[in-house]
Write a protein that binds this ligand. Structure first.
Ligand code: GCB
Length: 643
């Protein structure tokens, strides 16, 4: 340890991680929507911004930058929210910045919100990477550990204490990763003064994507009545043509609220209703929620309107989309509504030019159009939870989702300790709380490629998987492995085995002729030992768009295509047995840290980062539509010409 400042960037986050361990989740995290009793105000847009470049990254806290307008304590720049800050300026110091950055937004809150004492005013951040502290008008509201899930705070009190309805929101965000964060990382100080300047440090990580940071999703202000619907949980099933929706509504803020639940079909017709905060609703002639390419009418959603009326007669109304479906796993199949489902889809990243991991509607809609164009029926949220709006799209389009937590790059034995596990459990709790009602989400993934052969991994995953099951007993749980089938200590606990392998890329580079044998062996070994269905959760090869060679050479479009074809031959044999899915790595090229193995990012996309297809995209398109035509029921308008 050399300079006075070293350790501080880490210390702030470690402290935060410890606090998050002590915390247990309170309340629900319903997505804010307008309703007759609720209003939403989007406070995204241009915010003021400053990175704390002080050696200890701690000047903002020492000088209490949250107490007065940010522009009064130093220079500020414009920063769009939502967006990563890294690629917004021409300054490499900001692109590669590690430590605290400060965001500020000033706005007017509708006066009626403040005057009406019966109105609860909430402030909700969709996600900010990684650790956040939130102040309103200089008063600290909350802190949050974790870069991919929402947090919120009741700001009614502080707004009512301030004069007028002017509101100043300050958010400090720290992207430092430590051994107990998810994903984990370490800060390394370089103390050889003949090679590095004083205070030089780097953030080490074990994952293959750029550690984009900032306020990545919308910041919303919203209201509810004082007696309000805090959370809703639905679990669905069916028997013959009767749909069953078991619901549980939690209402806070008052005693003895009267709860009424009404379920309406797509055309607005009321199909069932019930009274009481929990119960079972029966729907005759049910329209089940089906995946895309499995049914003529995929993604069918009912609307569940929940009304909670307080003793004073004030009513809170919240409407939740509900898809009725079941999910089951056998030793060889994944069943949706009791029919075998084969995952033919993609792995994605939240990643694009300029905005980094910032939420962006045009990008999301384009990505869904591309997935549907190529006949993809599913995706995995590699390697962290995606924006809620993405899951809402998946619900409506019938795209099946494997929902992954940010447990990526757990390679250091110290990251299997109690503090890490406690944080991991909280993240799973936050994830399930947020995403439990999405019919598109069919499985939880608790981690990607952890060092699952290390001795502590067995107990760690036993606990993690069983606690996840106790949070949600309706969905299977998996984690993604790339370890040796005989020594994997997590595999005994999961419901589905998900394997990543890169034959002829990281092993035997250039030799696509070995893929067939190696992949068959992989499948037979894993199935032989665990007797659980298997998804090839990653496979692929880098291809620099426009680079060609025949015979194929690594990094050309032809090589990527050849790798894919060789994998597909084996999938076609094994999907008759126990292989239940294939997810290409990756949907699109994406940014990574700078390393000698990456040429301006990872190029395993079948689309470029700008979403233009490479040869591999056309190959997959033919394949996925062929599989869909064999196994699915397609609406006439989607039938692919080359069937
Ligand atoms: C993997 C990782 C993924 C990488 C990919 C690659 O196994 O799960 O994050 O990007 O390999 O391209 O190396």
């Amino acid at each position: 340890m050399g300079s006075t400042g070293e350790g501080l960037v880490v210390k702030c986050v470690l402290l935060a991680a410890v606090c998050s361990v002590c915390r247990s989740l309170q309340g629900g995290m319903l997505f804010p929507t307008d309703s007759p009793s609720r209003e939403v105000k989007d406070v995204s847009g241009l915010w003021r911004f400053r990175a704390d470049l002080s050696p200890e990254r701690n000047r903002g806290f020492e000088e209490e930058w949250f107490k007065s307008p940010l522009a009064e304590t130093g220079p500020v720049i414009d920063m769009p929210v939502p967006s990563s800050y890294n690629d917004i300026t021409q300054d490499s110091k900001l692109r590669d910045f590690i430590g605290w950055v400060w965001y500020e937004k000033e706005l007017w809150v509708p006066a009626r919100w403040i005057q009406d004492q019966g109105t609860r005013i909430m402030l909700r951040v969709g996600s900010a990477h990684y650790y956040s502290v939130l102040w309103v008008n200089g008063v600290k509201m909350t802190e949050h550990a974790g870069g991919h899930l929402p947090f919120e705070s009741d700001i009614s009190g502080v707004l009512r204490q301030s004069t007028g309805s002017h509101c100043r929101i300050t958010i400090a965000v720290n992207n430092t990763l430590s051994l107990d964060t998810l994903p984990p990382g370490t800060i390394q100080y370089m103390n050889d003064r003949t090679r590095y300047p004083a205070g030089f440090f780097v953030q080490n990580t074990n994952f293959d994507f750029f550690n984009y940071a900032g306020i990545h999703r919308s910041v919303l202000m919203y209201t509810t009545p004082k007696v309000h619907i805090d959370d809703i949980t639905v679990e669905t099933s069916f028997s013959d043509n009767i749909g069953l929706v078991s619901y549980n509504v939690s209402v806070l803020g008052g005693s003895k609220p009267a709860v009424k639940v009404t379920l309406s079909a797509k055309d607005g017709r009321c199909v069932a209703s019930a009274n009481g905060s929990r119960g079972l609703i029966k729907v005759t002639d049910v329209n089940l929620w089906w995946p895309y390419l499995m049914h003529e009418n995929p993604g069918y959603l009912y609307s569940m309107e929940v009304q909670a009326t307080a003793e004073d007669g004030q009513t809170d109304v919240y409407t939740l989309p509900v898809g009725i479906r079941t999910v089951k796993v056998t030793s060889t199949q994944f069943l949706i509504n009791n029919k075998p489902f084969y995952f033919h889809g993609v792995n994605k990243h939240e990643d694009a030019d300029i905005r980094g991991k910032g939420f962006d509607w045009p990008l999301i809609v384009k990505d869904f159009n591309l997935m549907k164009w190529m006949g993809s029926n599913s995706f995995r949220t590699s390697h962290y939870p995606y924006a809620e709006e993405v899951l809402q799209m998946a619900d409506r389009h019938g795209i099946v989702v494997i929902d992954e937590c940010p447990g990526v790059g757990i390679k250091d034995i110290r990251s299997f300790g109690n503090a890490s596990l406690a944080h991991h459990l909280i993240v799973m709790e936050e994830l399930v709380r947020r995403d439990k009602n999405h019919p598109s989400v069919v499985m939880w993934s608790v981690a990607n490629e952890p060092a699952s052969e290390m001795p502590p991994a067995g107990l760690y995953f036993k606990e993690l998987v069983s606690r996840t099951r106790s949070l949600d007993s309706t969905r299977p749980v998996t984690f993604i492995t790339n370890s040796n089938y005989a020594r994997d200590l997590g595999a005994p606990y999961v419901d589905v085995i998900c394997i990543n392998s890169y034959f002829s890329w990281y092993h035997d580079p250039g030799h696509t002729e070995v893929i067939g044998l190696q992949l068959s062996t992989q499948f037979d070994n894993w199935y032989g030992k665990y007797k659980k269905p298997i998804i090839q959760s990653e496979y692929g090869a880098d291809a620099v768009a426009g680079l060609h060679s025949d015979p194929p050479m690594m990094f050309t479009e032809e090589y990527q295509k050849t790798v894919l074809q060789n994998y597909h031959n084996v999938f076609d044999q094994k999907r008759k047995e126990f292989v239940i899915g294939e997810l290409i790595w990756n949907f699109a090229d994406f940014m990574t840290a700078q390393t000698i193995a990456r040429v301006v990012g990872n190029k395993k996309g079948i689309f470029t980062r700008q979403r233009q297809p490479k040869a591999g995209a056309f190959l997959l398109r033919e394949r996925y539509w062929r599989i869909a035509n064999e196994t699915g029921v397609l609406p006439i308008w989607t039938r692919y010409p080359c069937q």
